[in-house]
Design a protein around this ligand. Structure first.
Ligand code: GTP
Length: 239
């Protein structure tokens, strides 16, 4: 099918919090299915899609460390949380008939492939959605940084950061009614204004590799594709 949208290959960064829906913890099956359906819509246009998930719905390395746990151990636990989310998303996508491959930065050979860059690219060329699991495989890195890294490695045209708000605001829109959403903003402004779009390592990596970051809300059905088509609000972070 011809691709009507201006992208060939994109990476979707999905926070763990999104996958828990209205729950306080864990996975909400309805939300996971809805997100999978959004991914399917984009993939069905012919765009190659890969996904990086977080684990905030299961375990956060940083808060584990804040509670006195060894940081490296806490981060590895976070990576295992990501693996749970990756398998849930794989299952949801395959129930919709979308072929997928999960590739893990930490070896878990019984349940998924190891991360191999060239194989991941080949999978995408064949129309498979590749889900990158276990972050970078290293402690001290976030899943946002993983997203910027994999988007760079995969030569993605853009990194789509799915959140619960429809872009980047000048202040917290829930607390400040004068807060304004940026249509576009530079990487440097995000860093110097400390806008908390993604952590500084992720922003720097995206900047060095010229990967635009599109921040959008995944709470509305079909928004992933709508944002790509310019039909939904978002903020584009680029130079
Ligand atoms: P191509 O044949 O190259 O198009 O890709 P493919 O992924 O279909 O081929 P492959 O023979 O590599 O994999 C067949 C199935 O085995 C796929 O579902 C893979 O995800 C799975 N698979 C491949 N390597 C591993 C691995 O190391 N661990 C696990 N658990 N599954 C794997």
């Amino acid at each position: 099918m011809p691709n009507p949208l201006p992208y060939k290959r994109v990476l979707l960064k999905m926070s763990g919090e999104v996958l828990m829906g209205d729950q306080e913890f864990g996975l909400d099956p309805v939300t996971v299915q809805r997100v999978a359906s959004d991914i399917k819509d984009v993939r069905d246009t012919g765009i190659e899609v890969c996904v990086v998930v977080g684990a905030g719905n299961i375990f956060r390395g940083v808060s584990g460390a804040a509670n006195g746990m060894d940081r490296t151990t806490a981060d590895y636990m976070g990576m295992l949380g990501i693996a749970i989310n990756a398998l849930a998303l794989q299952n949801a996508l395959e129930q919709l008939g979308v072929p997928t491959r999960v590739q893990s930065a930490l070896r878990m050979d019984a349940i998924c492939e190891p991360y191999i860059r060239r194989k991941a690219m080949r999978h995408m060329e064949k129309g498979r959605v590749v889900i990158f699991s276990a972050g970078t495989g290293n402690p001290y890195f976030t899943s946002d940084t993983t997203a910027a890294l994999r988007a760079s490695e995969m030569d993605c045209d853009a990194l789509f950061k799915a959140t619960k708000v429809d872009g980047v605001y000048s202040a917290d829109p829930k607390k400040d009614k004068n807060a304004e959403r940026f249509g576009t903003i530079s990487y440097m402004d995000v860093l110097t204004k400390d806008l908390k779009v993604m952590d500084a390592t992720a922003i720097s990596l995206a900047r060095e590799n010229n990967v635009p970051i599109v921040v959008f809300s995944i709470l509305e059905d079909g928004n992933f594709k709508n944002v790509m088509a310019g039909e939904a609000a978002c903020t584009v972070v680029s130079d």
